[in-house]
Design a binder for this molecule. Structure first.
Ligand code: DP6
Length: 330
């Protein structure tokens, strides 16, 4: 039995569109921050007595239909490792309830790590990044800690992530504003597909990302948080412009999302350098220098309950260990 722990990540330069749906080759590069507070631990054991994969998340056994995406991923691992046994998978998401951050990124990164090791494959981090990609695009980046870049590549071999700065030596920090929604959401998978197929702005998005990647990497080298934040905020808005401009158009924002965006801009007017980013849901994440943490929290507390605000520093890359011997495998 093998266990892997992988942290989730939030993109500062977004991945929003695939070139190859099967292999999950993205249209553009992307760049993210791995978060310390949110992670998934997953145990996998291949068991010859099983007649189907058994998948539990947070101690709840999934139906075969709900476990389908996990099983398809395990098929890939079995095929590569030359194994035929079904697997028992136990996964725990260490994410505050309703944070909207229980992402497929940490889940598939942890599954890739635990399943490949349990199947006897000894993958290095680049190989793991490529494998995790097949489960969910954003999982590609969760193999590494800190600031991480996903090279879009052009095939299975060339599309993987790499750290830009694995251990942050400056105070970039993120705060998640938890905004709940009852509305059934459009998955990122469906949403990005609609944007690629129907948004007239999609070609411009590719150029936007190419420029933003260059600029943000230069700003990271300068440890320039206001520039990093500004680029990330503009990039998020332009990604969301691809949802509004799809046919039919849609949006992940709700009124609370707009309130949060306004609140961040109001704080900035008061001289607090903070910036927002949003993914395929209504929650807003704010980035700033950790020295400004208390001022950011105090400012946002005028609009949101303190319990809705969750702070996270940068987090580490994947860890994999043998459950019996506790031997660290990666
Ligand atoms: C908005 O990685 O969830 O969070 O590859 O289809 O599983 P699939 O999509 P997913 O998309 C993430 C989209 C995003 C931006 C990002 O993380 O880069």
């Amino acid at each position: 039995m093998t266990t892997a722990k992988a942290h989730t990540n939030i993109a500062l330069i977004k991945y929003w569109g695939k070139k190859d749906q099967q292999l999950i080759i993205p249209q553009t590069d992307s760049l993210s921050l791995t978060l310390n507070e949110f992670y998934t631990t997953t145990q996998v054991v291949f068991d010859p007595t099983l007649t189907t994969d058994q998948v539990s998340i947070n101690h709840h056994r999934l139906t075969p239909a709900a476990a389908q995406r996990t099983s398809a991923f395990l098929d890939l691992v079995r095929q590569r490792a030359g194994r035929t046994e079904f697997a028992r998978v136990n996964s725990i998401n260490h994410v505050p309830t309703a944070a909207g951050l229980a992402s497929s990124a940490s889940a598939f990164a942890a599954l890739a790590g635990a399943a490949s090791a349990a199947a006897g494959m000894q993958l290095n981090r680049r190989e793991l990044s490529r494998l995790a990609r097949r489960g969910s695009g954003s999982a590609t980046r969760s193999i590494y800690g800190g600031l991480v870049e996903w090279h879009r590549g052009h095939d299975d071999h060339s599309s993987y992530a790499e750290p830009v700065m694995e251990k942050l030596d400056f105070g970039l920090e993120m705060l998640a504003i938890m905004i709940n929604t009852k509305k059934k959401k459009i998955t990122s998978r469906q949403g990005m597909q609609a944007s690629v197929a129907t948004s007239p702005y999609y070609a411009s998005w590719r150029q936007v990302v190419a420029n933003d990647m260059q600029a943000i990497k230069a700003a990271i080298q300068q440890r320039d948080i206001p520039t990093i934040g500004h680029i990330a905020e503009e990039n998020a808005l332009r990604m969301h412009a691809l949802t509004l401009s799809a046919d039919p158009g849609y949006s992940y924002f709700n009124s609370q999302t707009l309130t949060a965006m306004r609140a961040v801009r109001a704080l900035r007017k008061r001289g607090i350098k903070c910036y927002y980013t949003m993914d395929a849901g209504p929650n807003v994440k704010v980035i700033y220098d950790h020295r400004d943490r208390e001022r950011v929290i105090a400012g946002l507390s005028q609009y949101f309950d303190r319990s809705q605000l969750i702070v996270s520093a940068a987090g580490p890359g994947i860890q994999i260990w043998d459950e019996k011997t506790k031997k660290v495998l990666l």
